[in-house]
Design a protein around this ligand. Structure first.
Ligand code: SF4
Length: 379
């Protein structure tokens, strides 16, 4: 990408800028691999500002690998609750258990050992090894790829296998072998703060004079847009059963119950966590939910106690899926007994971290609580 003289000037510019202007982020305060690993996992698909409070709370409860490995999965997910993409939390704990079992609780230092841990790919391994241990591994994710594509004026779909390999080679060649930690963080910081997806701030860019896209007037049009997967619309109807004490019923995380009451698609959408009785519907949401409830509760579908009152709709998006959420309130004198189900105060569900539930479930709880007749409706 750059010849040796240019390369050394380029490295000097970027490192100097990073060392002077880097943000003070909680995971930059020491080189503990556990803390760096946790930040890298939480930052996947999630903005820095959203991550910080979760990161601090999680570390307070699970300050090291050992504490995380010993905790129950439900407890870990409770502290992950609200961040989304819950497989990250599950994998994090499985990886902690492997570190304890195979590496005596000490974070491994070879790439092979690190990528063998659940939830850690090549990018995350490179980030942890370079930042925590100063190992010479160049990071490449979407953020860094965007910067490199602009620096080298690279056209086409960056995720296309050969192009991605070329980008990895550029990242490897550019890496400053004397400061892999600051180098990688510098490139990430440039992508996050200056060379942003929309409207890159080229006038403030420390490496503008090396940038081919800027020279060619292409900074805003690179990288080229990828073909995106078309969006799928799904409608879910959820039942908020409510007793006289304001308690509701949640079904267990789908994989934990032997008899699956929850359809596979719904299980994925509730992130395999505690959830309201929910069903994907097509035409008549109330009727289809009533049929689902009658099977779940073993009562006739025409049972007059199953009165479904529609609540305000909500929307939820998960990757390419647009979900229309149709919550229904069902007042009951007594909540039914269902194996593995949990009875919980509805108000506790609306706030983060009371129980490991997905944002979708929390939205349903909030719709029920926000209903103007909530307090007067209790039987
Ligand atoms: S000059 Fe502009 S496009 Fe080039 S790296 Fe800097 S911010 Fe990005």
């Amino acid at each position: 990408m750059l010849q040796s003289r240019e390369l050394s000037a380029f490295r000097k510019q970027l490192l100097g800028w990073f060392r002077q202007f880097q943000r003070d982020l909680p995971w930059r305060r020491n080189k503990d691999p556990y803390r760096i690993w946790l930040s890298e996992i939480m930052l996947q698909q999630t903005r820095v500002a959203a991550v910080i409070p979760y990161y601090e709370r999680f570390l307070e409860r699970f300050p090291d690998v050992g504490t995380l490995a010993e905790a129950s999965q439900q407890e870990v997910l409770r502290f992950w609750s609200g961040l989304g993409y819950y497989s990250r939390g599950r994998n994090l704990q499985r990886a902690a258990q492997q570190i304890v079992a195979k590496h005596n609780g000490i974070f491994p230092q070879t790439e092979d050992d690190v990528v063998a841990l659940p939830g850690i790919g090549r990018y995350t391994a490179a980030a942890i090894l370079s930042i925590a241990f100063g190992a010479k591994h160049a990071v490449l994710d979407g953020n860094v790829a965007r910067v490199l594509a602009r620096l080298g004026a690279i056209h086409g779909d960056l995720r296309e296998a050969q192009r991605w390999q070329g980008l990895q080679k550029s990242a490897d060649d550019l890496l400053d072998p004397k400061s892999p930690s600051d180098w990688n963080q510098g490139l990430m910081e440039l992508g996050a703060m200056i060379c942003t997806p929309r409207s890159p701030q080229c006038l403030l860019c420390p490496v503008a004079k090396f940038c081919r896209a800027r020279q060619m007037g292409l900074a805003e049009s690179l990288p080229e847009k990828r073909k995106t997967r078309s969006r799928v619309e799904i409608t879910l109807a959820a039942a908020v059963l409510l007793d006289a004490r304001g308690r509701t019923l949640l079904l267990p995380p789908p994989h934990a119950s032997r008899k699956q009451a929850t359809h596979e698609e719904v299980a994925a959408l509730v992130s395999k966590m505690w959830h309201f009785p929910t069903v994907a519907v097509k035409k008549n949401s109330a009727l289809e939910l009533r049929e689902f409830l009658s099977k779940l509760l073993s009562v006739p579908a025409r049972d007059r106690t199953l009165r479904l009152e529609p609540l305000s709709r909500a929307r939820h998006c998960v990757t390419y899926r647009d979900i229309a959420l149709l919550p229904f309130r069902v007042l009951v004198p007594k909540l039914p007994r269902i194996s593995g189900a949990k009875l919980i105060s509805l108000s506790l569900l609306a706030s983060p971290s009371s129980l490991a539930v997905s944002n979708l479930t929390r939205k349903v709880a909030r719709a029920a609580l926000a209903d103007p007749t909530f307090s007067t409706a209790l039987p």
